[in-house]
Design a protein around this ligand. Sequence first.
Ligand SMILES: Cc1cc2nc3c(=O)[nH]c(=O)nc-3n(C[C@H](O)[C@H](O)[C@H](O)COP(=O)(O)OP(=O)(O)OC[C@H]3O[C@@H](n4cnc5c(N)ncnc54)[C@H](O)[C@@H]3O)c2cc1C
Length: 355
Amino acid sequence: MKDVAIIGLGPAGATLARLLAGMLDVVAFDKKAADPDAAGFRKPCGGLLAEDAQRSLSRQGLTLPKSVLADPQIFEVRTLDLCRRLERCYRRFYINMDRHKFDLWLQSLVPATVEIHNACTVKFFERADDAWRIHYYENGEKKTIEARYIVGADGAASLVRRTIAPDHKIRSYNAVQQWFKDESARGLYACFFDERLSDCYGWAVSKDGRVVFGAAFPPKNSKQAYDTLLARAREAGFSLGEPLATEACQVLRPERMDDFVLGNDDGVFLIGEAAGFISPSSLEGMSYALDSAEILAGTLLRENADLFEDYKKSTLKLRLKLLSKILKNPFMYNPVLRSFVMKSGIASIAVPARK
Ligand SMILES: Cc1cc2nc3c(=O)[nH]c(=O)nc-3n(C[C@H](O)[C@H](O)[C@H](O)COP(=O)(O)OP(=O)(O)OC[C@H]3O[C@@H](n4cnc5c(N)ncnc54)[C@H](O)[C@@H]3O)c2cc1C
């Protein structure tokens, strides 16, 4: 029997596996193939590493290899209000990455003492005496393994969260994005608001000769809304030809303290977006994935009598930080306030016109 079974090896799961390695007996499962060129699950993402995430990597003693970087690095975001035809540029300090390579790099840092199952899907788990029995599929075969603790690091549509809290509701969106050939001269980095289609936002980022254009929409008719947004971005002068690939997934947007699900006192814990840890203003989730994994590693290694209580207490600051992001929302998402801010030019910068 293992000590800990981690379901999901995105930034949250891979970080936890790395921090527990050698101290506890850990098994981890992920849908992604280990081979970077193999087909299989790839997390749809803007692939922008925010300053908070850069800080988390530094705190964990990690430096980013250039193999995960995407070209070019742009330090201003063109911000468009498509309803009011307003445009401004704002300084941003995100690192532009290839998200799939970033995930595989984080996984490569997990020491070999952790038993990793790639290209495999956990189907369900159940109580078996004083352990959890996990049922998973690997190479078309049905297998089981037992562990004392289960960690759901399985992202927005978390099986672990749905299993332990089946009635829990959290605001969620459909993120739809497509890849295009990059026809811009200097690369694109833009963000779009159009409250006729979504009360969230859209993005366009150049990456290694391609552009990813996407947005988060309320779940109903999201593909239709995406097509309309794309048409409006083209009208606004964005040269996006025929799509090369389409991807979509759920993305969470917490609104209140109750939205976060941390696990239960029966040995189940949630980290990263599975727990609801993602910024409701920017949808930035990687720093919270890294931070919550670090917090849970601390809890599990403390051997405190009440681990769940310890994890709850230790994540309070992180949860308050996430809720404080809601204060920023009106300036981004309230059309009147946003247009006031954009028209005023506050914090905007002038950049040379470019196509
Ligand atoms: C379109 C889009 C764009 C985004 N852009 C950004 C951005 O630019 N910057 C940023 O910081 N954040 C961004 N986010 C948010 C960010 O991607 C997530 O918050 C972050 O990935 C959460 O990390 P995680 O490790 O918790 O979960 P994930 O990264 O979602 O990882 C979950 C892992 O679990 C695995 N998994 C799931 N279910 C199972 C199962 N049953 N069995 C086995 N494995 C399973 C998956 O294979 C996956 O690898 C974006 C989100 C979306 C949807």
